[in-house]
Ligand binder design. Structure first.
Ligand SMILES: Nc1nc2c(c(=O)[nH]1)N(C=O)[C@@H](CNc1ccc(C(=O)N[C@@H](CCC(=O)O)C(=O)O)cc1)CN2
Ligand SMILES: Nc1ncnc2c1ncn2[C@@H]1O[C@H](COP(=O)(O)OP(=O)(O)OP(=O)(O)O)[C@@H](O)[C@H]1O
Length: 227
């Protein structure tokens, strides 16, 4: 009988162009070529989407931010005992700092994300109106000395989003890693410009969909397929 343990006797050589990726439901097989194509496509798409929102006139950006803030008032009750994470806006993101201040005055605990290290989850630090800020990674202002907290509700800025509520961010993978690291998942609300809507972000195993995406008055997309 022929000895089949020699690789040369396979009908075709074994294929090693796959790798394992850890998704929310465990390990899945990933095709290395596909992963590279998606990463390349996402990079170009991010640049296009950021450029188009930077082209939005300041007055319109302000109006959209106010509309989104009004929708947040309907979605979240910022009361004592609830911790909500937001963000300090940059690169044309909606400025929700007024909503953030109002929510703090109403008694909610507010937190902002901090990049500890590339490739690692974000941590969230408590923020209070007027608290001392310092420059973090990418020069984004972060609270200088707040305590570390875990949010009940996370408001994440989107660069892009799709009908299945997957979010495209800046490419650090920070929000996906952070959500994957929590024992209990917070409610996740994506916020952005209406022009951030795209047909698909080509979701990958690590991508975690948002629960709700808000892009203006009455523009509230709720994820229906419970995972
Ligand atoms: N306002 C705000 N703060 C935030 C976030 C956010 O989305 N918005 N983040 C949410 O996660 C974290 C910062 N995430 C970031 C991730 C990547 C880059 C960045 O500039 N990346 C490189 C390219 C990365 C790559 O493609 O490999 C670059 O654009 O040069 C910036 C911020 C924490 N703070
Ligand atoms: N949970 C995870 N574990 C390991 N790698 C991850 C995880 N989440 C994301 N990544 C990696 O991070 C990289 C960027 O991911 P992705 O394109 O989803 O970023 P993004 O969501 O746009 O960025 P951000 O959340 O920082 O705004 C990818 O190479 C991806 O494989």
């Amino acid at each position: 009988m022929q000895d089949d343990t020699d690789g040369a006797s396979f009908a075709s050589p074994p294929c090693f162009a796959h790798e394992l990726a850890l998704g929310p439901d465990g390990y899945v097989v990933m095709d290395a070529d596909t992963a590279r194509d998606v990463a390349r496509w996402r990079k170009a798409e991010r640049e296009r989407l950021i450029a188009s929102r930077l082209a939005v006139p300041a007055a319109e950006r302000q109006r959209v931010a106010e509309e989104v803030a009004a929708e947040l008032d309907r979605l979240i009750e910022p009361r004592p005992g609830v911790t909500v994470s937001l963000y300090w806006p940059f690169r044309g993101e909606l400025d929700l700092r007024e909503w953030m201040t109002r929510a703090a005055i109403r008694g909610a605990s507010i937190a902002l994300p901090i990049v500890v290290e590339k490739g690692q989850p974000l941590v969230f630090r408590a923020w209070h109106p007027g608290c001392r800020m310092e420059r973090g990674v990418w020069n984004i202002p972060v609270p200088a000395d707040g305590e570390q907290v875990i949010p009940d509700v996370t408001i994440a800025p989107v660069v892009g989003y799709d009908p299945a509520s997957y979010r495209l961010g800046y490419g650090g993978g920070f929000f996906d890693r952070t959500l994957a690291s929590f024992a209990a998942r917070p409610q996740v609300i994506g916020v952005g410009h209406p022009c951030a809507a795209i047909p698909t972000i080509h979701p990958q195993p690590h991508d975690i969909p948002m629960d709700v995406i808000v892009t203006g008055a009455g523009r509230v997309q709720t994820r229906t397929d419970a995972r």
